[in-house]
Write a protein that binds this ligand. Structure first.
Ligand SMILES: Cc1cc2nc3c(=O)[nH]c(=O)nc-3n(C[C@H](O)[C@H](O)[C@H](O)COP(=O)(O)OP(=O)(O)OC[C@H]3O[C@@H](n4cnc5c(N)ncnc54)[C@H](O)[C@@H]3O)c2cc1C
Length: 376
């Protein structure tokens, strides 16, 4: 098998910045269509971004390797700023490749790379509904039972990574799905993130060969990477926060309203919020990648970074609505869509729990505050 030549992580960052503007130009049409963004993923494939998470030996840019955490953060931010729905889908793809790279065999990673090179994409479908997904023995192989809910890209993501219960443990599987198969989008009526096509997938009876079970029992939940990976969705959200700031100041400049002291106060607050979130998210990415600090500390840092990013998003949405007024609620003003997408995507699992666990870790830490997250 011949692969395309490997791409450097720096080139991928530049490619993502370029693609982001093309994504932004098409985002209104994708939102209106509320269908899977095939056009956007054609762009990401063409720019080598779909292969980028894979190692160089498989034709990627090693974007999920520890020394590329900063580059991955830039890429997720850029794509999220281009189109938040596309960013969400891309983050799922990156997460799946990272899990296979960490816990799968070289053969499994190469097989996924072959499929992605041929045009497929992955994602992680973990959310559970009334019919929990399980893996049951079927002769020499296995079969899936049940369903997953809130699965982004159902009907289009054909190589999803699906964590399922096997007895008391959780194992990761990569079932092979055909386009349009087993997908139910009837309940995806969210106000934003429409083109993520987030729906239910019926897994009942799907065969899973031995080569499609990734890693061992409970590898999926292994910390600090399980919760620590939340920095990636924060990076995608941050892209939208930064886009809103860009849209806000462009309008103020265009309308000649930038000199007003209250507008300036709001712009200062938005710039501070965006930069604060950026500093936290970048540091969270580095801290998780370094694997050098105790797990409790890493998880606490990422938990707090989630709160900082959420606060930045909520504050910037409010400031833009107050600063641009009714116009920012009117289609086709792009701030209308970006704010709607961001408000939806800010809803992530158990935010109170993440904050409370981080607080408990801070309470229990013996170090003085100035050395809580770094050596003296
Ligand atoms: C656009 C989009 C795409 C998504 N795509 C995927 C996907 O591809 N794969 C996937 O697996 N998932 C996906 N999800 C689902 C996502 O991972 C979360 O499951 C979902 O966003 C949870 O949101 P929630 O607000 O209902 O969370 P919840 O955790 O239910 O939080 C809602 C509120 O309840 C509180 N709360 C939580 N637990 C408790 C408790 N035990 N007691 C009291 N209060 C509690 C929280 O702190 C919060 O205040 C997606 C979500 C979105 C928005």
């Amino acid at each position: 098998m011949t692969h395309s030549p490997p791409v450097a992580a720096g080139d991928i960052v530049a490619a993502a910045a370029e693609v982001a503007e093309e994504l932004f130009a098409g985002a209104a049409a994708r939102d209106a269509a509320a269908s899977f963004p095939d056009d956007a993923f054609a762009l990401l494939h063409a720019a080598a971004l779909m292969m980028a998470p894979f190692p160089a030996r498989l034709g990627g840019a090693g974007l999920v390797e520890p020394d590329a955490a900063g580059a991955l953060c830039h890429v997720l931010r850029a794509i999220g700023g281009g189109d938040l729905s596309v960013g969400r889908l891309y983050e799922g793809h990156v997460n799946a490749v990272a899990l296979v790279a960490r816990y799968g065999t070289p053969k499994q990673l190469a097989a996924l790379a072959d499929d992605v090179r041929a045009g497929a994409m992955s994602g992680v479908w973990n959310a559970e509904g009334a019919l929990p997904a399980t893996l049951e023995r079927d002769g020499a192989g296995w079969r899936l039972r049940g369903a997953k809910i809130l699965a982004s890209g159902v009907g289009s993501v054909t190589r999803p990574l699906v964590p399922v219960a096997r007895g008391e443990a959780t194992v990761m599987t990569i079932p092979h799905l055909g386009a349009g198969e087993r997908a139910d989008l009837s309940r995806w009526t969210a106000q934003g993130m429409r083109s993520t096509c987030t729906g239910t997938v019926d897994l009942e009876g799907l065969p899973v060969g031995p080569g499609q079970v990734i890693g061992g029992d409970d590898d999926y939940r292994r910390q600090p990477n399980f919760f620590g990976g939340a920095w990636r969705f924060c990076a995608v959200q941050l892209g939208a926060v930064e886009r809103l700031l860009d849209l806000y100041r462009a309008d103020l400049n265009r309308l000649g309203r930038g000199a007003h002291p209250y507008q300036r106060q709001r712009i200062a607050a938005c710039a501070t919020a965006a930069e604060t979130a950026a500093l936290w998210v970048e540091q969270a990415a580095r801290t998780v990648a370094a694997e050098a600090r105790p797990a409790a500390e890493v998880l606490a840092y990422v938990g707090l970074a989630r709160g900082v990013t959420e606060r930045a998003g909520l504050d910037v949405v409010e400031a833009v609505h107050r600063g641009l007024g009714l116009n920012s609620f009117m289609r086709p003003h792009p701030a209308e869509r970006v704010a709607r997408d961001l408000a939806t995507y800010l809803r992530q699992p158990a935010p109170d729990g993440a904050m409370a666990d981080a607080a408990a870790a801070v309470l229990a830490a013996p170090a003085p505050a100035r050395t809580l997250w770094r050596d003296a």
